[in-house]
Design a binder for this molecule. Structure first.
Ligand SMILES: O=C(O)CCC(=O)C(=O)O
Ligand SMILES: [Fe+2]
Length: 293
C-alpha cells in the first residue's frame, strides 16, 4: 500500500534552503515535528528530499508518495560519547572499535578481573533457566536444553553493585535511574541465544505496561565476565560484526531514536559456546527512569 503526503510549497523551499545551509536532515525533522507534523510524515518527506538531492533529481514540490515499509531508521546523534576513551569516576574505559549504523562499540577495561569474579560468585546461587515467550500461549517457557541461565540484581542492591551501576551509567551516558537491574547470564557448553532485538516490540501486548511505565529500551551494554575457550561471540548479522568475549570487555549498542523508530539493524545473537562456558552482565537503559512491575 502507498500513501500520499501533501505539504506546502513553502515547506519545500524551507527544506532546500536549510539543507543548503548545512542543517542535518534529522535536525530539520525535529523542527518539523515541533511544528506539529507527525514523525512518520516528517521522516518520509525528508527522506524523499535527501534521496532526490543525492541523485540530482528534482526535489518534491508539494507531495511525496511513500510505500508503507520504506521508512528507514533515522540515525540521530548517538547517546554514546565520541572519542577513544571514557573517564568514569573510578576507571578509564577504552573504546576499541565503533560503528555508526547501527551504533555499535567494543569497550575494554569496563570491569576488573576481580569484579567479574565477584559478579559470578554473587549470581551463581540465584540463577534460573532463561525463558522465552511462547508464541502460541504468550506464556514464559524454558527455551530448550541449549539455553542459558540468568538472574537480575536489584538496581544498587548493595554497595558493590551500586558502584558498577554508577560506572555503567557513566559509560552509557544516561542517569543511573534509567537502568534496569544488572542481568547476569550463564551459558553452559552448547548454549547460545537466537537472533533477537533488545527493544520491547510495541505490538506485543505483554510489553505495553512496561513501555507505559518506563518508555522504550534505548541501549544495551553486554560485559563479558570470563574467558570463553571457544565460541560465544556476540554476533550482529546486519552489521557483520562478531564480538569476541574477552573478560572485562563489553559490547555497547543503541537502537531507538527520538522519532519513536527502532533500529532493526541492532539484531544480535550469541553464538553457541563450543568449549568452556560463558558469563555476561547485561545492562539495558530506558527512555525514562525504570519502574519495575
Ligand atoms: O551473551 C551475549 O553475547 C548477548 C547477550 C544479549 O543479547 C542480551 O543479554 O540481551
Ligand atoms: Fe540481547
Amino acid at each position: 500500500m502507498s500513501t500520499v503526503i501533501r505539504f506546502t510549497r513553502d515547506l519545500s523551499t524551507w527544506i532546500c534552503q536549510n539543507l543548503d545551509q548545512g542543517f542535518s536532515p534529522s535536525a530539520l525533522i525535529q523542527i518539523m515535528q515541533e511544528q506539529r507534523m507527525a514523525a512518520e510524515a516528517a521522516q518520509a518527506i525528508m527522506q524523499a528530499f535527501v534521496k532526490a538531492r543525492r541523485s540530482c533529481n528534482p526535489v518534491p514540490i508539494d507531495h511525496v508518495v511513500v510505500e508503507e515499509s520504506s521508512l528507514d531508521y533515522v540515525y540521530q546523534t548517538p547517546i554514546f560519547r565520541p572519542g577513544t576513551s571514557i573517564s568514569t569516576s573510578d576507571r578509564v574505559v577504552g573504546i576499541a572499535a565503533r560503528a555508526e549504523r547501527p551504533m555499535l562499540a567494543v569497550l575494554s577495561n569496563v570491569l576488573s578481573s576481580e569484579e567479574c569474579t565477584e559478579l559470578i560468585r554473587l549470581a551463581k546461587p540465584r540463577l534460573k533457566a532463561s525463558t522465552i515467550v511462547d508464541p502460541m500461549t504468550g506464556k514464559d517457557i524454558v527455551s530448550g536444553n541449549r539455553s542459558s541461565f540468568g538472574m537480575f540484581f536489584q538496581l544498587q542492591e548493595n554497595s558493590f553493585i551500586a558502584r558498577l551501576d554508577q560506572r555503567i551509567s557513566e559509560i552509557m551516558n544516561l542517569p543511573i535511574e534509567h537502568g534496569e537491574g544488572l542481568q547476569i547470564l550463564y551459558y553452559p557448553t552448547g548454549a547460545g541465544s537466537a537472533p533477537h532485538f533488545d527493544f520491547l516490540v510495541p505490538s506485543n501486548p505483554a510489553n505495553q505496561a512496561s513501555l507505559a511505565r518506563s518508555g522504550q529500551r534505548v541501549s544495551t551494554m553486554v560485559t563479558y565476565l570470563n574467558e570463553v575457550e571457544e565460541g560465544g561471540q556476540t554476533v550482529f548479522p546486519e552489521a557483520g560484526w562478531a564480538v569476541s568475549p574477552v573478560r572485562g570487555n563489553a559490547v555497547y549498542f543503541e537502537y531507538a531514536n527520538t522519532l519513536g523508530q527502532l533500529d532493526h539493524a541492532s539484531l544480535h545473537a550469541s553464538n553457541p559456546v563450543t568449549q568452556g562456558e560463558k558469563w555476561v552482565a547485561t545492562k539495558w537503559m530506558r527512555q525514562r527512569p525504570f519502574v519495575s512491575a
